[in-house]
Design a protein around this ligand. Structure first.
Ligand SMILES: *Cc1c(COP(=O)(O)O)cnc(C)c1O
Length: 360
């Protein structure tokens, strides 16, 4: 009997590697492999989610209207410019579906977010991966030069996952000036809440001024709702409309909608937690810089504006990840490229720093 025919692009997909759960060491295990928030949901959010769960015999609001109104007010645009989805990866998948198909090209930097080549391959489009510069930043000139008449979509990850580097306002605008108006540029800002660099662009303003700029944000990282799968896009109305057309019906469930609204209303607590994580990030970087990693391991400490840091450890990536695992911390190795480590609980960060100090 013949096997069912699966599209070649799907059969050939690389599996998405989720961050490993940590092995336990001395009774504790820490997961620094998925850039999650170490804090529980914001005050009041759990209660709201539990109350909403009492109504799950009903379908959620199809248009997520309360949540969209809340997001629109929060970012300062009209609700017609906002679309939500099942995590920002869900929204990204809708964006790729809405813009690209077989024969079309999607440009992004590499290394960047692992989901990019996967969502591109699912629709049968072609990934054009442009290497990062030696300092781990986007090579925007090379990305502009990679645009062809087949380019439909450009993904710009800012700050970049896994390197943590950012693109400044002027540099981004110079790049946007070079992109044809019919090519959509997605600014993936999954970590925007952690950014402290004053030259970081106001992406919402950019999206208001340029009809081909779309901003992607998520409740998974700073807001601590990774398990509920909810993210959003802010874009010109026709793009937002196309996104809604590609959505899985009722994909954003009613617990997620209620929890996201409650989270947006808990801004003060959110800002406090993010500030505490930024303080911890600064502490970790001060320790990293004090260790002479370039001299001892031949690896530069590149600055990060996100809740993680990146070490281009090359061949030693696996050994470092194993050494972290041996002390109860899972981190995220990327083959022989490097390792990404989330800024998490202080004790977890200290264990990682100790592994680096020891030369593992
Ligand atoms: C974590 C992350 C996301 C968010 O994914 P969700 O689907 O919203 O959980 C999006 N983009 C990047 C670059 C990320 O690192």
């Amino acid at each position: 009997m013949a096997d069912v025919r699966i599209r070649q692009e799907i059969a050939g997909l690389p599996a998405y590697k989720a961050g490993k759960p940590a092995a336990t060491f001395e009774g504790t295990a820490f997961k620094l492999s998925s850039n999650e928030n170490p804090y529980p949901p914001l005050p009041g959010v759990l209660e709201t989610a539990v109350a909403a769960a009492g109504q799950v015999n009903r379908y959620p609001d199809f248009g997520s209207s309360e949540l969209i109104a809340e997001i629109a007010a929060f970012v300062g645009v009209g609700p017609e410019r906002v679309a939500v989805g099942t995590g920002s990866v869900g929204v990204l998948q809708q964006l790729v579906q809405a813009t690209s198909g077989p024969g079309d090209e999607v440009v992004f930097a590499w290394r960047s977010f692992e989901a990019y080549p996967i969502v591109v391959q699912i629709v049968g489009a072609t990934s054009v991966a442009v290497p990062l510069k030696p300092d781990e930043t986007h090579d925007l000139d090379a990305m502009a030069e990679a645009i062809t008449d087949r380019t439909r979509l450009i993904l710009v990850c800012n700050p970049n996952n896994p390197t943590g580097e950012t693109i400044g306002r002027d540099e981004l605008e110079r790049f946007l000036d070079r992109v044809p108006a019919d090519v959509l540029v997605v600014l993936d800002e999954a970590y925007v809440e952690f950014v402290r660099d004053e030259s970081f662009p106001d992406s919402i303003e950019l999206s208001l001024g340029r009809s081909n700029v779309c901003v992607l944000r998520t409740f998974s990282k700073a807001y601590g709702l990774a398990g509920l799968r909810i993210g959003y896009a802010v874009a010109d109305e026709p793009v937002a409309e196309a996104l809604r057309a590609c959505a899985v019906p009722f994909g954003v469930n009613l617990v997620a909608q209620a929890a996201a609204v409650a989270s947006l209303r808990a801004q003060d607590a959110l800002l406090e937690r993010v500030a505490a994580l930024v303080v911890e990030r600064d502490r970790v970087f001060a320790e990293l810089r004090a260790m002479d990693l370039p001299g001892r391991l031949g690896v530069e400490v590149v600055p990060s504006q996100a809740n993680f840091f990146w070490l281009r450890l090359g061949e030693r990536s696996g050994a470092f990840a194993d050494a972290c695992e041996a002390v109860g911390v899972s981190v995220r190795p990327y083959g022989h490229d490097g390792v990404r480590v989330t800024i998490g609980e202080q004790e977890a960060n200290d264990r990682v720093l100790q592994v680096l100090r020891s030369g593992f």
